[in-house]
Design a protein around this ligand. Structure first.
Ligand code: SF4
Length: 452
């Protein structure tokens, strides 16, 4: 049965105001830092002013509850006149002498891009030996968002490191900006399928670091993808990008080394996780084990269990485009009614994804792309929402509307532990559905309205 019988065509709304109000997005260096933090022994270096590293560090500390070792070249007014070469050179030398890391991942900022510093050349001159790798990503913050920065940094990693060698029988997985818990769940599925992988990149340990016996926590965390593995990514059976906004490295490996690239939807919900498992099976030749089939069955069972609570529930969803479009599909699969899907980052697949769900499930989800939470709130008021899904920046909208907010994405700073759990794969989807159902039950439980 159609959830909505309205025949009005769904339009994609893009912001036309020149002022942005409450944007649920961040600037490019934020994403680049997260990509670099997934590389073993890599120190991110922000080539900009102090605030350009303080702001990402603050968000990382609040979301992951980990301190982040992020260096900065500390540009000041004089750099605007004379250039930032001296600061960048000193920063590279300081990091080498204090931490001696395996690599430094440089990201540029509004200021260094406006100055026009040749980061590649400056960093090459600053290195006196080749015991340390430097990744010089261009991440100008006046275009794109944190997702563009992640994509640019990841592409820089493979451009700098990947080399042709012997076939390795592995699959490259590009995660995009997802949580350590998500990466662990994806790894678990791949272990069950007996598939060897290279994660580009991998924050599952570096941003969820255990305290070891004796209270020891290393300055540069263990974990992350090794430089050797990044180099070897040119020899893999294929690359699967589970966030298409982070697909440039996959395309680069395909064009340069003929490593097949699959840019697929995020594995959330039944259909998208099926696609992920099928893609892994197609590239690796691995069969799908019973354990994974049982997990799929449990997801379907969990959807049946809560169907009478969730059917027709209006939900507003905002965040990064890959995650939003996958969650919209999952909500529709669960019989819910996604009234609005909003992303601040424009991406070519976003509107077609939502329109496809509208076509298949006869929903009429309003599409907001490249907009802000002001716009989102206006549509929530007009279309209605009994539940909002998004990061912590949606709290005011949820509070104003008197509905619960189920937190996902980045950053989540007003709840603890969200980064530890997965909303991906069959198991993660069960967890997400339980969170949504319990939010509805906890907020609106009324025996006269809800069946028990
Ligand atoms: S928007 Fe520009 S100035 Fe602001 S933190 Fe990002 S890079 Fe720095």
């Amino acid at each position: 049965m159609a959830l909505n019988e309205s025949s009005a065509p769904i339009k994609t709304v893009r912001k036309t105001r020149s002022v942005t109000i409450n944007p649920p997005r961040m600037c490019q260096p934020m994403g680049a830092i997260l990509a670099y933090m997934g590389v073993n022994g890599c120190v991110p270096l922000v080539h900009g002013s102090q605030g350009c590293s303080t702001y990402p560090r603050y968000n990382i500390a609040r979301h992951f509850r980990e301190s982040a070792e992020v260096a900065v070249s500390s540009l000041a007014e004089d750099a605007a006149v004379y250039g930032g070469a001296r600061n960048l050179t000193e920063a590279i030398k300081n990091i080498k002498s204090r931490l001696n890391p395996a690599a430094i991942g440089i990201c540029t900022t509004c200021m260094s891009e406006t100055i026009g510093d040749d980061v590649k050349l400056i960093s090459k001159k600053a290195l006196t030996d080749d015991t340390m790798k430097i990744f010089p990503a261009s991440t100008p913050s006046y275009v794109g968002t944190h997702l563009t920065g992640y994509d640019n940094a990841l592409k820089t990693l493979v451009e700098t490191m990947a080399v042709k060698g012997e076939p390795n029988n592995k699959i490259n997985i590009i995660t995009g900006i997802i949580n350590p818990g998500d990466i662990r769940e994806i790894k678990n599925m791949l272990r069950l399928m007996n598939v060897q992988t290279i994660f580009l990149s991998d924050i599952s340990e570096t941003l969820d670091t255990p305290i070891l016996p004796g209270g020891h926590k290393p300055l540069l965390p263990d974990g992350g993808t090794s430089l050797t593995d990044i180099a070897d990514s040119a020899n893999s059976l294929g690359t699967i990008a589970i966030c298409r906004t982070a697909g440039s490295a996959a395309t680069y490996l395909q064009n340069k080394f003929k490593v097949p690239a699959v840019l697929a939807p995020a594995p959330i919900g039944v259909a998208n996780t099926d696609k992920f498992v099928q893609n892994i099976s197609m590239l690796s030749g691995a069969s799908i084990p019973d354990e994974i089939k049982k997990d799929r069955g449990r997801l379907i069972d969990s959807m049946v269990d809560v169907h009478h609570y969730m059917y027709g529930r209006k939900v507003g969803i905002f965040g990064d485009p890959d995650l939003v479009s996958a969650i919209v599909r999952f909500c529709a699969e669960a019989g819910m009614n996604p009234t609005v899907a909003m992303t601040a980052t424009k991406h070519k697949d976003f509107a077609p994804d939502i329109k496809a769900v509208n076509g298949e499930y006869k929903t009429d989800t309003q599409i907001l792309e490249g907009t802000d939470l002001y716009e989102f709130h206006e549509v929530v008021k007009a279309q209605g929402a009994e539940l909002i899904l998004g990061n912590s920046k949606g709290k005011d909208v949820a509070d104003d509307e008197g509905v619960p907010l189920v937190r996902f994405g980045f950053p989540v700073y007003d709840r603890v532990g969200v980064y530890r759990y997965s909303i991906m794969g069959y198991n993660g989807s069960i967890y997400l559905l339980d969170q949504m159902t319990n939010a509805i039950l906890g907020h609106r439980y009324d025996p006269d309205k809800l069946h028990q």
